[in-house]
Ligand binder design. Structure first.
Ligand SMILES: [Zn+2]
Ligand SMILES: [Zn+2]
Length: 419
């Protein structure tokens, strides 16, 4: 394909005085959610000439998706959204590239911060506030902009969030939104609730098309460094065809504003045993280091009635509430829902690990068999950034850069195009 043909492909948009096709060509965009909004957003980006698209989703295509998803076909029902979306978006890209990639994972727990660090922009096309809060935290941690989109019936809303300052999504989150995000987990053990009353929002395709178009229009401005009203929620009302803009509040005490320091790239991957991880870190930072997990790993829990211990040895986010049932007492009517294991009143009823060192795994000594476990078994996702504390109390952001090739493939070989 000659350069002149490539230029003529985008002739109409290149007539815009401020337009730079090379910005689209090199931008690395992470699209979270490949449902109704994600389909539209990915389609728009591909037609505009974006080539480096990363798609995160962990859901199957269901028949009820098909009335709103331009990328999915009838025969795709039951297949994975991320993979099918990547395949179809790749075919829509007007210039040859192998830059569309799928990550089939839960954004909240299973996408490492190193993924966020390698994109220029995140577009949130999700349907729940837990995922929005997680995108917000990650984007802020690595200092990249993100644009949230949401919709309900004929109403759509879009907000761009600045990479470093100003209001973030969490600053403006209402108690209801926070409660909704937390309702996915048991309040004591923070394990997942198996049966969630998932709300199925009423909506139609045209609302996703309109909302996504607004989101991508904001994305174009962000990528071109054109003026953008960060922290302003634009709400479109499809009944009255009116817009209103809401300036979101800034909370100076917001916990989501933590920015990672300089990220150190370490030749470690998520399948490294803890003993090896500690050796590599000790070479770098000296002895007496501690690794913080930023998640909970539950070793065991004891029944509040009979004291029988239940060995779990799993990350809390991979456990469900109905797995915390005592085999002895369940016949007496004790269920997870009625709280067999759920009493924080009893000291030591649960053993949770949130950090480890050369000497300790949580509050217990680090034994040889534990040192053979891998970071992945502790629930750390590939390419994550670990917080390491040295013996002087200094904190270091250490990336599992050994996972780069397997997580991002071709993406890993190129640096971020901006910022
Ligand atoms: Zn905030
Ligand atoms: Zn029991």
């Amino acid at each position: 394909m000659g350069a002149s043909f490539a230029e003529s492909l985008f002739d109409r948009q290149e007539r815009l005085g401020w337009w730079r096709q090379d910005v689209l060509r090199s931008a690395r965009i992470l699209v979270v959610g490949a449902g109704a909004l994600g389909n539209e957003t990915l389609k728009n980006l591909a037609l505009l000439g974006a080539r480096w698209l990363l798609i995160v989703d962990n859901d199957d295509i269901s028949s009820s998706n098909l009335s709103r998803t331009v990328l999915f076909h009838l025969t795709d029902v039951g297949r994975r959204k991320a993979a099918v979306a990547a395949e179809r978006v790749q075919a829509l890209c007007r210039e040859a590239t192998g830059g569309v990639r799928a990550i089939d994972a839960d954004l909240v727990w299973d996408v490492g911060l190193g993924v966020f660090r390698r994109v220029d922009l995140v577009l949130g096309c999700v349907d729940n506030d837990e995922a929005r809060l997680a995108i917000n935290r990650a984007a802020r941690a690595v200092g990249i902009p993100w644009i949230n989109a949401g919709m309900y019936e004929l109403t759509g809303s879009v907000t761009a969030f600045a990479p470093e300052d100003g209001p973030c999504f969490a600053c403006a989150a209402t108690p209801d939104q926070i409660a909704d995000a937390q309702s996915r987990y048991d309040s004591c053990e923070q394990v997942r609730r198996r049966y969630l009353a998932e709300e199925r929002l009423p909506t139609i395709q045209v609302t996703s098309a309109l909302t996504s178009a607004l989101q991508v229009q904001e994305a174009l401005k962000v990528l071109h460094h054109a003026p953008v009203a960060f922290g302003v929620r634009y709400v479109y009302n499809g009944w009255t065809n009116s817009f209103h803009a809401i300036q979101l509040p800034y909370d100076p005490h917001c916990l989501a504003h933590g920015r990672l320091g300089t990220v150190l790239e370490l030749p470690l991957g998520v399948d490294a045993p803890l003993g090896h991880v500690l050796d590599v870190l000790a070479t770098r930072f000296g002895s007496g280091i501690q690794v913080h997990l930023d998640r909970r790993y539950i070793r065991r829990i004891a029944c509040r009635w009979c004291g029988r211990p239940l060995l779990l040895e799993r990350p809390a986010h991979r456990l469900y509430d109905d797995e915390l049932i005592c085999p002895t007492c369940q016949t007496t009517g004790g269920t997870a829902a009625s709280g067999t294991f759920h009493t924080p009143a009893k000291e030591g009823y649960i053993e949770v690990v949130t950090s480890f060192s050369s000497y300790r795994f949580g509050n217990q000594p680090l034994t040889n068999d534990v040192a053979e476990r891998t970071l992945r078994q502790l629930g750390i996702p590939p390419l994550h950034i670990l917080t390491v504390e040295d013996r002087h109390g200094r904190h270091w952001s250490c990336e599992l850069t050994g996972d780069l090739a397997t997580t991002l493939g071709d993406w890993g070989r190129c640096a971020r195009s901006a910022v």
